[in-house]
Design a protein around this ligand. Structure first.
Ligand code: HAX
Length: 446
């Protein structure tokens, strides 16, 4: 057993009694109430999932294993001379809850290097995808194709004990994560570089190797590490995380679950918003013939978007009620590395003009920018102009968090997820009862 797996084993053994005690002795304690608006309105804010991998506070933003993102960037080991930490260190942290030492990061690097080779048929499936397939569709299909490799599926068939499920799930998770940079970059070269593939460099870390295979020079390795780390997890209720967990709860293996999570991420209200932001900004850039709009011109563009019945991509959030710290980290990066970039100037202008407009319109509960408002501008600046590809990078990052969640779901024996639906008649019967209790909660995400 690897030392990471050993440690994970000990952590799992320590966590199981906590969950068992909660279930056996406190199972009937009430945690939350559910209102009509939550039942009709996408279950916003109902506390009905558990995950220790990350937690999202509406005002503070995301914490991974209790650490804020600035703490993560400060504490995780970094390659020599780099500002952005090893992605491998984040994998270790999310799985175990501990900040790894340099040596422990090296072990994850070794693990990934042993597992990084992609079966030939995956290239063939990518090659065979019909013209104009979206890169996220290809990514999902490539992952699905590898389902035949699942250790968990094989072990399950052979009849292993429930308590051992996590072990083969961990193997699947590490195997898939190690291969994702190759899958993602092959999709990129296939779609946009005539299939001219750059071979992996086994001496490079996850982020650097990704940048290398994409064909981008430094500091794109830093951008990749930043990108994968900030997108890794956003607690358990968002569409991609929830989908991954839901599908895995049926004991579908990591490949089936992560392909499903990628499909959820590919919607424009979720991960695809990063490509939508760039598409929307480039439309304006072309209209302005490359000039920087005045504040009034930008305001007009935003109002035109709203008046056409569209959302302003990159703004708003189902849980956050302030500017997303993932946005702020990328903004700081941009102010340092690309302050004069015209698209960054557009993004900067949006940061000023959009929140007052959304407040004036009075619909969005959160008028502030989310992660997707800024991320495309950084990739665009460094030459990654094919914005349809941006969500693939989001998906690779997000797979890290979801894989950690699925390993723990299996370890703690979380059951099949199966909430209850009711009919409109039933909701009306409760709602129209003169004695119906009303919630004192202000916002649905509280
Ligand atoms: N532009 C225009 N209208 C917006 C808006 C925005 N950016 N954000 C919210 N609204 C509207 C909603 O469409 C909704 O309108 P209706 O009442 O007409 O249906 C109303 O304001 C209330 O919505 P909300 O409660 O504030 O927001 P939701 O929890 O329903 O939705 C979304 C959250 C992120 C989907 C929403 O803010 C949105 O559509 N934003 C733009 C798309 C986007 O940036 N998505 C990425 C989010 C982050 C993420 O998941 N990244 O992967």
């Amino acid at each position: 057993m690897s030392r990471l797996k050993d440690k994970l084993h000990d952590k799992i053994e320590a966590q199981r009694p906590r969950i068992n005690k909660l279930l056996k002795e406190y199972g009937d304690v009430i945690i939350d109430e559910v209102t009509v608006s939550q039942v009709i309105g996408g279950m916003r804010g109902i506390k009905s999932l558990i995950s220790d991998i990350s937690y999202l506070d509406p005002f503070e933003g995301i914490r991974y294993r209790g650490y804020t993102l600035p703490e993560i960037f400060e504490k995780l080991p970094k390659p020599a001379g780099a500002d952005m930490p090893y992605v491998e260190g984040l994998v270790y942290l999310l799985l175990t809850g501990d900040i790894p030492t340099e040596k422990e990061v090296e072990e994850v690097l070794d693990e990934f290097q042993k597992r990084r080779i992609l079966p030939r048929y995956v290239y063939e499936v990518i090659d065979a995808m019909p013209c104009c397939s979206h890169p996220m569709t290809i990514l999902s299909s490539a992952i699905m194709t590898m389902q035949r490799e699942s250790f968990f599926a094989k072990k399950y068939k052979s009849g292993i004990n429930k308590l051992e499920y996590w072990d083969s799930t961990y193997e699947d998770a590490m195997n898939l994560l190690a291969k994702l940079p190759e899958i993602g970059t092959y999709i990129y070269t296939k779609l946009y570089r005539d299939g001219k593939r750059i071979q992996q460099n086994p001496n490079l870390d996850f982020g650097s190797n990704f940048a290398h295979m994409l064909g981008f020079e430094k500091p794109f390795d830093e951008v990749s590490r930043l990108y994968f780390i900030i997108h890794a997890d956003h607690e358990a209720g968002n569409v991609s995380a929830h989908t991954g967990h839901l599908v895995a709860s049926s004991l579908a293996d990591v490949y089936l679950s992560i392909a499903s999570m990628i499909n959820g991420l590919a919607g424009p209200l979720h991960g695809l918003a990063n490509q939508e932001v760039l598409r929307w900004l480039i439309e304006l850039y072309d209209k302005m013939e490359g000039k920087i709009p005045t504040e009034d011109e930008m305001r007009q563009y935003v109002w035109d978007t709203l008046n056409a019945g569209h959302v302003v991509p990159g703004f708003g959030h189902a849980v956050l009620r302030k500017t997303d710290p993932r946005y702020m980290l990328q903004r700081e990066f941009s102010l340092k590395h690309l302050p004069e970039d015209p698209i960054f100037k557009y993004v900067d202008l949006l940061y000023k003009v959009v929140p007052p407009i959304l407040l004036e319109q009075g619909k969005a509960k959160n008028p502030w920018p989310n992660v997707d408002a800024q991320s495309g501008a950084v990739l665009w600046h460094y030459g990654l102009r094919e914005y349809d590809f941006y969500t693939v990078m989001f998906g690779i990052g997000r797979a890290i968090g979801i894989c950690a969640n699925i390993v723990w779901d299996r370890a703690l024996g979380f059951p099949l997820e199966r909430p209850k639906s009711i009919t409109t008649d039933m909701v009306e019967k409760v709602a129209f009862n003169p004695k119906a209790k009303r919630s004192k909660k202000k916002g649905s995400a509280e």
